[in-house]
Design a protein around this ligand. Structure first.
Ligand SMILES: Nc1ncnc2c1ncn2[C@@H]1O[C@H](COP(=O)(O)OP(=O)(O)O)[C@@H](O)[C@H]1O
Ligand SMILES: [Mg+2]
Length: 380
C-alpha cells in the first residue's frame, strides 16, 4: 500500500500533518474574539495561508463564526476582488440552506442575477462572470451589508492583500477602509508577504489602513518542534533519520518552512521502510531540486535587465545583504552605481524576488526563494 507522504506541499493539510503553530493560532484567535482585525505577515512560503486554514478549522472558530477566505494574488482590479469575495461568500452559504440564500440574493441586489436558483430543480446555481460586476463599489457595499446581517459573526481573510495597492481604481484603500470600519459583525485577517507594501499601508500615519489591524509576524516553526515533527513522521513509516540531519537542513534553509518541507517530501517519496536517511541523501535531494528548477531560474535571469541581474547575484552571494546601495557594496560587487543599485533594489522588492527584514534598525536583504538563492550562489 502506498504511504501518505506526511509532507504536504500544496492543498489542505490534514491536522495530523500540520506542524505546530500553536502559539500563533491562539494569539490570532484571541485577537479575533476581541473584535480586532489582524495583519498577518511573513516571508513567502513560511505558512500564512496554511495557518489561516488551520485557524478556520479550529473548533473555537468553526463552531461560532462564518469564515470566508479569498486569495487576491491574481486579481488586478477592485472588480476582480469583489468577484472573488462574492463567490467565496456564496459558496460558504450554499450549504446553509434556502433562508441564507434568500437573504443573500435580496441584499446583494447588484449581483442577484448571477446567483440564481434553478427554476426546475430549486438548486442554487452560480453564474457569476467578471463582467457582471458593473458597479464594484456598490456590490462591495452590499456584500458587507449582507455580512452584517449574518446569523453569526464573520471572519473574512483576504490573502495577498498587498495586491490592492496595484489596482487601477482610485482610492481603493480608502473605500475598503470606510466599509470595514462600519462593520460590527465582521472581522478581517489581512495577510501577505510583501512587507514593503503592507508596512506602508498599515503603518503610515497618512494611509487609510493606518493602525487598523493588530500586526502578527509569522516567523519560522521553532527548530526543535520542526525536527521532532520530521523525525517522528519518518519513524512512523519505518524510516530512520536523526535529529542532527534534520536540524542541519533546517539551518541551511534558515528554518523557512516550505524549503525544508519540499526536501523532506522528496526524501520521503524515494525512501523505503527500513532505510536510513543521512546528510548525503539530503544533499543529493537538494541538488536534484535545484536542477529541476534550474530552467525556471535561468528564465527569470534572462528576463531581467542587467543591473537587476547583477544585484540579484550580489544579494545571493552576500546573503544577507546590508547597505546594498552603499558605495562599498557597489564596489565590492562591481555594480554600476549607487543610484542604479537603488533602482534595482526597489524593482526587485516590487517583483518580490528579494525581501528584507529589519535587524538592529538596519534592513537585511535576501533572496525570497531559498532554492533560487542557492542556485544563484552556485551559478554566478
Ligand atoms: N504548519 C505547517 N505544517 C506543515 N507544513 C506547513 C506548515 N506551514 C507551512 N507548511 C508548508 O509550507 C508551504 C507553504 O505554506 P503557505 O501557508 O502556503 O505559505 P505562505 O502563505 O506564507 O506563502 C505549505 O504548502 C506546506 O508545504
Ligand atoms: Mg500564502
Amino acid at each position: 500500500m502506498e504511504m501518505t507522504n506526511p509532507f504536504y506541499l500544496t492543498g489542505i493539510i490534514p491536522e495530523k500533518y500540520f506542524c505546530d503553530r500553536e502559539r500563533e493560532t491562539d494569539l490570532i484567535i484571541t485577537q479575533v474574539r476581541n473584535q480586532s482585525n489582524v495583519l498577518l505577515t511573513s516571508s513567502r512560503r513560511m505558512g500564512k495561508t496554511q495557518l489561516i486554514r488551520h485557524i478556520f478549522n479550529d473548533e473555537r472558530i468553526s463552531k461560532n463564526y462564518h469564515t470566508f477566505y479569498v486569495d487576491i494574488y491574481a486579481t488586478g482590479s477592485l472588480q476582480e476582488m469583489v468577484f472573488f469575495l462574492g463567490k467565496a461568500i456564496y459558496q460558504e452559504l450554499v450549504p446553509e440552506g434556502k433562508k441564507a440564500l434568500k437573504l443573500f440574493l435580496s441584499t446583494i441586489r447588484s449581483l442577484a442575477a448571477a446567483f440564481s436558483v434553478n427554476p426546475v430543480t430549486g438548486e442554487p446555481q452560480v453564474n457569476l462572470q467578471l463582467g457582471d460586476i458593473l458597479q464594484p463599489e456598490l456590490s462591495l457595499e452590499e456584500i458587507f451589508e449582507y455580512l452584517e446581517k449574518a446569523d453569526r459573526p464573520c471572519i473574512v481573510a483576504i490573502d495577498e492583500f498587498q495586491q490592492i495597492s496595484r489596482y487601477p481604481e482610485k482610492n481603493v484603500e480608502a473605500l475598503l477602509r470606510t466599509q470595514i470600519q462600519k462593520m460590527n459583525n465582521c472581522h478581517f485577517i489581512f495577510s501577505g508577504s510583501n512587507r514593503h507594501i503592507l508596512e506602508q499601508m498599515f503603518s503610515s500615519y497618512s494611509k487609510p489602513f493606518y493602525n487598523s489591524a493588530q500586526p502578527v509576524h509569522l516567523g519560522c516553526i521553532e527548530r526543535s518542534k520542526y525536527v521532532d515533527f520530521v523525525v517522528e513522521h519518518f519513524r512512523e513509516a519505518g524510516i530512520e533519520i536523526s535529529p542532527e540531519v534534520v536540524g542541519d537542513c533546517y539551518d541551511q534553509f534558515e528554518g523557512y518552512t516550505y524549503y525544508n518541507h519540499k526536501v523532506f517530501h522528496d526524501i520521503f517519496a524515494f525512501a523505503a521502510p527500513g532505510e536510513a536517511v543521512d546528510g548525503e541523501t539530503v544533499r543529493k535531494t537538494i541538488d536534484a531540486i535545484l536542477e529541476e528548477n534550474g530552467h525556471t531560474y535561468s528564465e527569470i535571469m534572462s528576463s531581467l535587465p542587467i543591473p537587476m541581474k547583477q544585484m540579484l547575484a550580489a544579494v545571493a552571494k552576500e546573503n544577507p545583504a546590508r547597505k546594498p546601495m552603499s558605495g562599498a557594496f557597489v564596489k565590492r560587487n562591481a555594480l554600476p552605481s549607487p543610484s542604479s543599485a537603488q533602482k534595482a533594489i526597489a524593482k526587485l522588492l516590487d517583483e518580490q524576488l528579494i525581501t528584507y527584514r529589519v535587524v538592529d534598525n538596519e534592513k537585511e536583504y535576501s533572496i525570497t526563494d531559498k532554492f533560487f538563492e542557492r542556485w544563484l550562489r552556485e551559478t554566478y
